[in-house]
Design a protein around this ligand. Structure first.
Ligand SMILES: [Zn+2]
Length: 326
């Protein structure tokens, strides 16, 4: 779980605050088409309560998701006792900063929605970004609000929209790290974020790339169930093949798709960290070493070209999406 769970730390409180106001969203019609997953095909964390849920490809939304979505009450309770895994490691945060530099200037207003303790914002500050905001709640807000030169706000997404309207404030960039896979009706959340972006504002987010070619090969080879269908931790399952249309529905144009290292390479070459979780840490270190081979030899742009190419063929464990509000 180590290499799959990383990055979740920034989302926990955000999910709770979004769920607080989920009633503000219009509910969408959901129609599954093709193969659905249910019962023992799913890795459950709370099967006794959620056993009626199925996962399938929704024609309306354009991606795989759970249906019906777990209730607001259930998810709020679930995340209240959620143990926070390790945060994004520093190399990944540096990479996000480098990717942002290609799109926005150092003086651009940037907001990290669900900023946790502010690790990502601190990295952006160290890289020269100067106009930084975050949203957070509870004890993590108490910590992140102490950050110098960064404005952390104790608002959920609805209150943030209200605040922006009242202050006549907008952001040139919004960042969401591992959020959309956790939240019911994510297209509605994407639409709400548009309200706080300036014209042509940029949305950058990270979500897992599920139902990929490499995952399909592994499942066919091993006859295992899809290990990445973990309810209720993840309720949405996006892919590089479906994300463009999803963003179009939400009112965005995808500008750039890239990925994190395709961890499924390990699964297919004998380092089966799913069957043997103790290999997870070893695989993680190998992947980090792979990337450091490029960054320490001043070949970072070659690494990015390789990851862009992986994205074009639909492989990579998590995907980095940069989209423009249209
Ligand atoms: Zn749907």
């Amino acid at each position: 779980m180590y290499i799959i769970s990383k990055g979740l730390s920034l989302i926990i409180i955000l999910v709770r605050i979004i769920l607080d106001r989920i009633g503000a969203y219009e509910s969408m019609k959901h129609t599954f088409t093709g193969r659905t997953y249910s019962g023992d095909e799913i890795t459950w964390r709370s099967k006794s309560i959620l056993s009626d849920l199925k996962i399938g490809f929704c024609e309306e939304c354009g991606f795989f998701h759970a249906h019906p979505y777990p209730s607001e009450d259930f998810l709020s309770e679930y995340y209240q006792y959620y143990e926070i895994p390790c945060p994004l490691h520093s190399e990944e945060r540096d990479r996000i900063a480098r990717l942002l530099f290609k799109r926005v200037s150092p003086s651009s207003s940037i907001i990290d929605i669900g900023c946790g303790k502010g690790e990502m914002l601190s990295t952006l500050l160290a890289h020269g970004f100067k106009n930084l905001y975050g949203t957070e709640f509870g004890s993590m807000y108490d910590e992140s609000k102490k950050l110098e030169s960064i404005n952390v706000l104790p608002y959920n997404i609805v209150d943030l929209c209200d605040w922006c309207e009242k202050e006549n404030k907008s952001f040139e960039c919004a960042i969401l790290i591992n959020v959309f896979e956790h939240v019911p009706e994510p297209i509605n959340l994407m639409k709400m974020i548009k309200k706080i972006l300036s014209p042509d504002g940029i949305l950058m987010f990270i979500v897992p790339n599920d139902f990929s070619k490499l995952q399909a090969v592994y499942l066919e080879k091993t006859k295992m169930k899809p290990w990445f269908l973990i309810l209720p931790d993840h309720v949405n399952f996006f892919s590089l093949d479906t994300i463009d249309k999803v963003m179009e529905k939400a009112g965005y144009e995808v500008l750039h798709k890239t990925v994190q290292y395709p961890l499924e390479f390990f699964l297919l070459q004998g380092d089966d960290y799913i069957a043997m979780p103790e290999l997870g840490k070893i695989c993680h270190h190998k992947r980090v070493e792979f990337e450091r081979s490029f960054t320490t030899t001043d070949k970072t742009s070659d690494l990015e070209a390789i990851y862009d190419a992986f994205a074009r063929v639909g492989i990579g464990r998590d995907m980095y999406i940069v989209a423009r509000s249209v």
